[in-house]
Structure formats: C-alpha cells, structure tokens
Design a protein around this ligand. Sequence first.
Ligand SMILES: Cc1cc2nc3c(=O)[nH]c(=O)nc-3n(C[C@H](O)[C@H](O)[C@H](O)COP(=O)(O)O)c2cc1C
Length: 247
Amino acid sequence: MNKYENNRNFMKSNFHEEVESDQQKQLPQPPLQKPYSEEDELIELPKADKGIVIKNDAYDCIMDRMSHRKYKDGFLKLEELSYLLYMTQGVKSIRGNNYATLRPVPSAGARHPYETYLAVDRVEGLKKGIYRYVPIEHKLLLVKEDKDISSHIIEGALGQKFAGTAQVNFIWSVIPYRSEWRYAHKSHKVMLIDVGHICHALYLACETIGLGTCAIAAYDQKYMDSLIDVDGEDEFVVYMAPVGRVI
Ligand SMILES: Cc1cc2nc3c(=O)[nH]c(=O)nc-3n(C[C@H](O)[C@H](O)[C@H](O)COP(=O)(O)O)c2cc1C
C-alpha cells in the first residue's frame, strides 16, 4: 500500500456509490449565500463595468496569465475591485425558487459553496480590514477593521511577504454543507475543483485590467480562519490570492 493511498483516494470519483443525501431526505436547502443581519454594515459597490477592460483578446489573456508577486504602490479603485468580485463570484441569475445561482465560474450542481472575503489594505474608499462579498446584492459587508492587515496577512500566509504588499487579498472560505446537502460524501472532491475555477477566473480577470495575482494554498489554517472570523468547521479558508497592480 502506498503511504499516501488514503489521501489519494479522496481525489477519485465516488459518484457511482448510492447514498441518500439530505436533499433526497427533503431536508431544507442551506442558503445560497451566507446570511447577514440588519446590524451588519453593507457597502455599495459600483456596477461591474467592462468599460475598464484594457486587454480584450482572450487568447492573449490566457497565454499571458502568470503568477505575479510584485505589485506597485498606490491604491486600487473600487471599480476594479467590484469588477474582480463580479468576474469571480458575481451572481448572473438565480434559478428556480432560490434553488441555485449561476455565476461566471462553473460549480458542481451549481452549489457554489464558497464565500469571498477580502483583506483590504489599499483600496480607494475602503478602510483597512476584512470584508465579505455579498454576491446576490453585489455589496460588501465590513467584518472588521484592521489597521495591521498587511502584517496579519503575511503571518497568515506563513511568512510569504509578497502577500502583504498587495493592495487586497482575496480569501475563499468554503461552507461545505451547501454542497454536502446535495452530494453528501461525494461533495468534497468537487468542492476543491470548484475553487480552482474561481481562482483561475481571478487570474484572467486581473489580466484584462492590468492587475496581477498569485494563488496561495500555503497558509496557516487556524490563523486565517480566525482572521476572517469563521469557526473552522462549518466554514473554513481553502485558498487565497493577493491582488495588485503589476510592475
Ligand atoms: C493550488 C496552488 C497553490 C499555490 N500556492 C502558492 C503559494 O502558497 N505561494 C506561492 O508563491 N505560489 C503559489 N502558487 C503559484 C504557483 O507557484 C504557480 O502557479 C506556478 O509556479 C506556475 O507559475 P505561473 O502561475 O506563473 O504559471 C500556487 C498555485 C496553485 C495552483
């Protein structure tokens, strides 16, 4: 037996196995996005506008994509942030009776189990801190102010200093039950595939507007979960990506 066998098996398809999911048991469907309360501070975002695109050629965008770890000083515009959020996790339409969302990226069974958090350092009009994207309303929710966000990001990214020099870090957390409800134990493989699509959409969207990003999977789980205020069980961080203007 290979020493990694147990971990490898998790990557294989188990869709042939019959299991009664909570959906089949007719248990209530979890919400399409993380709920928020009336006390939460919601921040308007400008409508995502393709007028800010400076590179239109799909071939060039795909071929020029690369990981960027050096970013210029200065601020990102809120228009740019709004565009990146919409291009990665924006809601294009809602299907059925709040049954599913359709977004720019694919997701197994259209479950879209990820939430997008932002660690904002330098974005025009936003205080430094942690925000959550509210995709159905296309708004931001302030989770908490944090004047030391850049050093907290470096610590969370296990000392990867470039992450702390970016204007903003995208942080994707998963709410596993959104996909487990439908796919039970088959959901975990596909949820991980889902987040790869989101991050790749961020790479391409950055490419179209002169920004750059770099996927980060090497981070401190407990530290990052606590930085965005999630419990680490029903919701936890899976992936992150600093974004900045490229040099
Ligand atoms: C799943 C995944 C995790 C990654 N984690 C890190 C990371 O923690 N730190 C980092 O500097 N780059 C990370 N990268 C970026 C890769 O190093 C990069 O994609 C690779 O070197 C190829 O370079 P390119 O993206 O410019 O083509 C990651 C990429 C992927 C897809």
